[in-house]
Design a protein around this ligand. Sequence first.
Ligand code: GUN
Ligand code: ZN
Length: 493
Amino acid sequence: MREQFEIRDHDGAGRLGRLAVPRAGVTVETPALLPVINPNVLTIDTGRLQSTFGVDALITNSYIIHSTDRVRERALEEGLHDMLGFDGAIMTDSGSFQLAEYGDIDVTTAEIVEFQHAIGSDIATPVDVPTPPDVDRDRAEADLETTETALADAAAIDTGEMLVNAPVQGSTHPDLRERAGRHAAATGLDVFPIGAVVPLMNGYRYADVVDVVMGAKRGLDPDCPVHLFGAGHPMMLALAVACGCDLFDSAAYALMARDGRYLTVSGTEHLEELTYLPCSCPICAEHTPASLRDAEDARRERLLAEHNLHVTLEELRRVKEAVRSGTLLELVERRARGHPAMWDGYRALLDHRDQLEATDPVSKGTFFSLSADSARRPEIVRHHDRLGRLSVPESLLLTVSKPPSDHDYDAVWRVRPPFGPIPPALSEIYPLTAETPSRPNAALRRAAVDGVARLATDHPDTAITFAHDGWEETVLDRLPESVALENLATIGR
Ligand code: GUN
Ligand code: ZN
């Protein structure tokens, strides 16, 4: 039992929760975005993060603080909260990122975790090894051992009320991510960041991000709070939450602002190329692309950073509302349409539908839209599973059209893509109440036929006739021999 983390609502693998951060005396509502604060460069005043943006947790880098004499002395003297002027929760990173970039750092886990404690961090991080993507197994496993030692070193320190991160590595080997997750969950540490995904995100490899996260999640316990290290582009928040991530950190809002980039929920735009600002945040309401371009450099950077943070936090609220109302997968699908790389991520997510199934609430709101790829959604899978458990009569007509007024079957059920056979008793019950397209495409017809096939396989003693209106052979070929076919298009009904 992890008593700091309480999960309050679920949609798919996504959840709303509350993470108690005892040393800060605050509880952070999740999913949460922790803006990255560079202790040397304050793009946005940290006090305003709380007052204007409603941010209640941020992340900064203890290694940078430790290796800058002036800042180190100030942090030790005043404490991080006073130094940054922020009384929410402060997570600190360890220098692992610098380790990955430069190959070497001059602190051990014991030293840097003690230092994080000394400067008043609320959530500390050991020196894990961010293994890059695509390395061979041997390298990934060797690095993982170093990370596991770092976690053990951190767990051995008395850190009082401070929470400690247990990063999960394993490169692009999902089974190693799973093993790392299982190990991390057993350390007794508190928060579980999934590491080294930044290179994947920089390469727009969202399908790989999903596989890595879903691997780690299989190893972690369901009640582990999960942080996706370095992720915070608004475009990917819905997808990452749908994978079961609870915490994010974003340097993107500030880094992108530095070179004139403007974030949106479907990607990154260049201020140079914009004629209109597609946003109503306080910055965009007061400016035009031209007035931003004309602003003096430091001011333009701050204004862009503020817009970037506004859209990111707005998207996070939208994601939370979607989890609450049970429409998260619709939002993921909408975002997937915004960018081809996101579409790959969405498809990869649906490949893990068994894992989504495990936590998806059985009953949600009454509306969800359906596209070709949503034919693989948990609701459809669950309906097909349910067909096997129903009692069915000896002879059954399944029809895509209005039932005939007189017939010799024991019963007639409608077939509606993508669900497939709809027993009359369930037709008014979620999810069969969902809006579905009246002109289904082949993917939806295929899903419906899979439902018919499932019914036939699970009830071999029932004589099933399937009446379709000219469905293609490639789809009908998925049915077992035992299903009799009738083509309503050719018999003129
Ligand atoms: N920031 C981004 N990625 C990582 C990671 O893998 N480990 C740590 N400690 N910080 C990160
Ligand atoms: Zn804006």
